[in-house]
Design a protein around this ligand. Structure first.
Ligand SMILES: [Zn+2]
Length: 193
């Protein structure tokens, strides 16, 4: 993620954790230089926050997970392909960062805490948006950060898609696998690969 100096300063001043900001070189051919203006500083945010996913809910330990680079591959003929898996974070594995990557299963997906989203709202960052980490929520799970009720709105959508039944979080994906086994069509669009 590349950010402007203003965003980097907002992060520093508000004690946001879980990243290292690296100054990036901008090519002299860049638009600013062409217009005779100084090139503003930009920073690459290296995410250092980590959390692990619940592997049991992810693929029930079926796929191939590389112990070195943490890349995951489906097992041929298995139930679990790319995309269509439950993403339940193990809260005890969170290292306290506000910018996060999955630790045990690498996917390249970038996460942030609510603190970062609130800061983005307050400081009116542009080019920034968030959505719910798991698929299957109405509206693609996109947050409307322009609304003061954005968090409660997202929370209700998550609770609607992942209701708690008998103390267990109920995932629509579990239901999908059951219905597929029974030959019943699934009403939601399949997740993207
Ligand atoms: Zn590997």
């Amino acid at each position: 993620m590349v950010v402007s100096e203003r965003v980097r300063n907002d992060l520093e001043e508000n004690d946001i954790r879980g990243y290292v900001a690296h100054r990036v070189r901008v090519s002299p051919g860049f638009d600013f230089a062409l217009r005779g203006q100084p090139i503003p500083p930009y920073y690459l945010l290296e995410f250092t926050g980590r959390f692990d996913l619940d592997r049991r809910r992810f693929d029930n330990f079926e796929g191939q997970l590389c112990p070195n680079c943490h890349l995951w591959k489906p097992t041929k003929g298995g139930k679990f392909g790319y995309g269509s898996k439950n993403l339940f974070p193990l809260l005890e594995s969170w290292n306290g960062g506000d910018f996060l990557l999955q630790g045990n299963i690498d996917s390249g997906v970038k996460y942030c805490t609510r603190k970062v989203a609130e800061l983005a709202r307050e400081k009116k960052w542009t080019g920034f948006g968030i959505s719910i980490m798991s698929w299957g929520c109405p509206g693609g799970g996109l947050a409307d950060l322009g609304s003061p009720d954005w968090y409660e709105d997202l929370r209700q959508r998550v609770l609607g898609a992942f209701p708690i039944v008998d103390g267990e979080v109920h995932s629509p994906l579990d239901e999908l696998r059951r219905k597929q086994q029974e030959g019943i069509a699934w009403p939601y669009p399949l997740p993207q690969e």
